[in-house]
Write a protein of this length. Structure first.
Length: 142
């Protein structure tokens, strides 16, 4: 493959925006492109990827619904690490960041609805001499 063919492949991908979101140990990358509203997560449809949880998977569409652009963009999402809820939160943050790069009005709306804030709480590390991060063995006076 020549360099010209490689550069054509890069330019042919018409992604209009990109966002990265993190929550606990989950990392989500969202690629937006104009389309009809398809949502693909790790090369699976959203209903197949989040089939173990109920209506929470509709929260992925929350930033799109707030801005009333749910049928204007196709989403290609890569997510890894963590559990389903932290992956969901990471996807929402990444999608909000990607949308905010497109338009400054979008950024204002998403910021007012607190969707551009990262929840930085992560699991505390275990300390030596303790059973867990803070759990110690019971103190005996005698």
């Amino acid at each position: 493959m020549t360099i010209q063919e490689q550069s054509k492949k890069v330019t042919d991908s018409d992604f209009s925006s990109y966002g990265l979101g993190k929550r606990k140990t989950s990392i989500a990358k969202v690629f937006l492109k104009s389309g009809t509203g398809k949502i693909i997560i790790n090369e699976k449809h959203i209903n197949l990827f989040f089939d173990s949880i109920g209506d929470e998977k509709e929260m992925v569409k929350r930033p799109l619904l707030l801005l009333n652009v749910q049928n204007q963009f196709d989403l290609s999402i890569n997510v890894k690490g963590g559990g389903t809820n932290s992956q969901l939160d990471a996807i929402i943050l990444a999608l909000s960041k990607a949308l905010s790069l497109l338009n400054s009005d979008y950024k204002k709306t998403l910021n007012q609805n607190l969707l551009l804030r990262r929840d930085s709480r992560i699991k505390e590390r275990r300390k030596y001499g303790l059973k867990k991060a803070r759990k110690a063995s019971q103190y005996s006076k005698r």
